[in-house]
Design a protein around this ligand. Structure first.
Ligand SMILES: *Cc1c(COP(=O)(O)O)cnc(C)c1O
Length: 431
């Protein structure tokens, strides 16, 4: 930060010079790590451009359909671009997929039949899936109510997939294995593409016909490959996270082997209708443009995460991952060990948001989640977490999960504002 910027921030945002110096110092230290991320972004941008060229995208693809949405050229071509970029046979990219949970749940319901078993290999699933599966709550229509059985393989004490014991949980009735690439709301490392390749190979050796699904939320463009490039049968995620650059107003995607994507489409709409319906109104350009920008936006988020990691490690907190560890997602976990610090951090992120900075987030119940959650998300798109956002369940050890930022510059400002807020409240010691 140059002097002009520092003066501006001190005058307009009551920054302590100590906080600004700290941010500068940490940023200088992590510079080589930030340029590594720029290389990932550049590679992914090239893949993206090639995808657009291979499918031959032109302005006519931006026209939407109404009603049933038959013959929606833009919708079909968008799926092809996703499939090209993620090197898969097929993809569904839809406004009618309402969230990441819906995308992944559609994969589970589309593939699994009564009597089948699904095994999560990355420990207990992300909170919202406990109700989808039926292991929490008593939701009508859960997988268990449909007679699908569930098991999971606990993570090792280090939070890794328990490779040695995969063979013990995959049985002849196991139809599907699920991997969660991102840490989600768990204090564990994300899976790298190499990890995913290794785990999937083990699964296919045990059971060649097993169907693999990777919950790809928060993972897209974190590396130069996606799970579909190392053997995943299906991946799914949310368009208000990494793959839409903060531009798509809603939606989700499913990508993978054609026969499985077809099954998912039949579940998503109705058998026989499948992928042939689903009007896009006028949203197509936003889906295309968002996907096109996504590599750069995800990189900005990753760089922000590295900065936050370095900053809070320097301030004496446990962080996951550490700044120099290879990342498989955009999420940065910071372990505050203290309720007030977690709350102040999230409130500080909200204070720095471009939208809704005047609101003060407070811990509250959230549908699909078990504990009270504090969520800071002053985003252009409701709940979008490719935009700078921080949240954490109100339970010890009071971990904040930070992600997003749209651009690195904004991520840096937002994180600095939150840090300054904590400092002014006397919650941080800065030397
Ligand atoms: C966000 C997320 C989901 C669910 O996505 P929603 O869009 O919030 O429904 C699932 N898995 C992981 C790992 C996530 O981060």
């Amino acid at each position: 930060m140059d002097d002009a910027l520092k003066c501006f921030l001190q005058r307009e945002y009551q920054f302590s010079p100590k906080v600004l110096e700290l941010v500068d110092r940490v940023e200088a230290d992590i510079q080589p790590l930030l340029s590594k991320v720029d290389h990932i972004a550049m590679y992914n941008q090239a893949k993206m451009l090639k995808g657009f060229h291979d499918v031959g995208i032109n302005e006519s693809h931006f026209m939407g359909t109404t009603g049933y949405g038959y013959d929606d050229l833009g919708r079909e071509a968008l799926g092809e671009v996703y499939a090209k970029v993620f090197k898969a046979e097929d993809a569904l990219v839809r406004a009618q997929i309402v969230s990441g949970t819906h995308a992944i749940a559609s994969c589970l319901f589309g593939i699994l039949r009564p009597g089948d078993e699904v095994v999560y290999l990355t420990g207990k699933p992300y909170d919202t899936f406990e109700e989808v599966i039926g292991i929490r709550g008593n939701q009508s229509g859960s997988l268990m109510e449909w007679g699908v059985r569930y098991n999971h393989l606990d993570l090792t004490p280090e939070g890794k997939v328990d490779i040695e014991n995969i063979a013990k949980v995959i049985k002849p009735t196991t139809k599907m294995v699920v991997l969660q690439r991102s840490r989600g709301y768990a204090w564990r490392p994300s899976l790298t593409i190499d990890d995913i390749a290794e785990i999937l190979n083990i699964c296919y050796e045990i059971s060649p016909d097993i169907v693999s699904l990777v919950d790809n939320c928060y993972g897209e463009f974190a590396e130069i490959q996606e799970p579909t490039e190392v053997g995943a049968d299906l991946i799914a995620g949310s368009l208000i996270k990494n793959p839409s650059g903060g531009i798509a107003p809603m939606g989700g995607y499913v990508c993978g082997k054609k026969k499985y994507v077809d099954q998912v489409a039949n579940w998503l709409t109705a058998p026989g209708l499948g992928r042939e319906v689903g009007a896009s109104a006028n949203a197509h350009r936003l889906f295309y443009q968002g996907f096109f920008l996504a590599p750069e936006v995800a990189a900005g988020a990753m760089k922000g995460a590295i900065l936050a990691s370095g900053l809070y490690q320097t301030l004496g907190f446990d962080v996951l991952p550490a700044p120099d560890v290879k990342r498989g997602d955009i999420v940065q976990a910071i372990r505050f060990e203290d309720e007030d610090k977690l709350i102040a951090f999230c409130q500080g992120i909200q204070m720095g948001s471009p939208v809704g900075a005047i609101y003060l987030p407070i811990p509250a119940d959230q549908p699909g989640y078990n504990d009270k959650i504090i969520m800071a998300s002053g985003s252009f798109i409701q709940g979008s977490s490719i935009e700078l956002s921080a949240d954490g369940p109100l339970r010890p050890p009071y971990i904040a999960y930070l992600q997003g930022g749209l651009t690195y510059d904004y991520a840096k400002l937002g994180i600095a504002i939150a840090t300054n807020h904590m400092y002014q409240k006397g919650l941080l010691d800065i030397e």
